[in-house]
Ligand binder design. Structure first.
Ligand code: NAP
Length: 241
């Protein structure tokens, strides 16, 4: 029976690479998008019949519950959940507004909570499941001018570790993947000079690719990772040791 993975933020960037890689590995992927409808439909056509696109704002719990109900209706079980959808914002701490804070926590932390809460009963019932939260090196170390982003991503790490303890007996593995600097739209406001400066700080001397992250997620979704839970796996070229 073909396994089912839900990947949030799957229409572009890291999420798209994860969706493509999981399809290569034999999964059916429920590709969750919010604003990138055209890209999501293109992915659906490209990987037909192994991908179906579902629209959802991850910060809205009712929208999340509706999507998980639809996926379970279509597929009966969810074997893997990858909480990848996220936003970033650079601001001085004192300039962060209530709205900035709520939106950041809503998308980057509550979104993962809503999706995980919605899929867990089915995973517990099956006594198996894999949940992967895409955090960030800033969640591990703290990033200047990204305090709300760092707080949300650190929250994801706490959620990962605590939930791994709670769900281990149900056969569910929960891990976080923590990318460093990965070339996606999220870096579109970085100049070439900024990127060069970052490259110089990275021991492996290059920015990460979306495939670097997708390969790690694919490993965690494989049988080979069946004794790994509650961990934060960093994919950062050595920038954070
Ligand atoms: P990206 O290219 O900017 O893509 C962001 C994704 O998140 C898009 O697919 C977007 O979907 C989705 N998203 C945003 N708000 C959403 C919402 N309210 N509901 C549903 N989906 C939403 O970013 P990326 O670089 O691929 O980042 C993916 C993940 O990796 C994020 O969690 C990010 O924090 C993390 N990360 C990235 C880097 C990096 O250097 N790029 C480093 C560390 C961690 P739509 O386009 O459909 O709206």
């Amino acid at each position: 029976m073909q396994k089912t993975a839900i990947v949030t933020g799957a229409a572009r960037g890291i999420g798209k690479a994860i969706a493509k890689r999981l399809v290569e590995d034999g999964f059916f992927v429920a590709a969750v998008y919010n604003s990138s409808e055209k890209l999501a439909k293109e992915l659906e056509s490209e990987l037909y019949p192994n991908v179906k696109a579902y629209k959802c704002d991850v910060s809205d719990s009712e929208s999340v519950n509706a999507v998980v109900r639809a996926v379970l209706k279509d597929r009966k079980t969810v074997d893997v959940l990858v909480n990848n959808a996220g936003i970033a914002q650079q601001k001085l701490f004192t300039d962060i507004t209530d709205e900035d804070w709520s939106r950041m926590i809503g998308v980057d932390l509550s979104g993962a909570f809503y999706f995980t809460r919605a899929v867990l009963p089915s995973m517990i019932n099956e006594k198996s499941g894999i949940i992967i939260n895409i955090t960030s090196m800033w969640g591990e170390t703290g990033g200047s001018c990204e305090v709300h982003y760092s707080a949300a991503k650190a929250g994801l790490i706490g959620m990962t570790k605590a939930l791994a303890k709670e769900t281990g007996l149900s056969g569910i593995c929960v891990n976080a993947v923590s990318p460093g600097v990965i070339e996606t739209d999220m870096m579109s406001n970085f100049s070439e000079a900024d990127k060069e400066a970052l490259r110089e700080e990275i021991p492996l001397s290059r920015l990460g690719s979306v495939e670097d992250v997708a390969n790690t997620v694919a490993f965690l979704c494989s049988e080979k990772a069946s004794y790994i839970t509650g961990q934060v796996i960093s994919v950062n070229g050595g920038i954070v040791i």
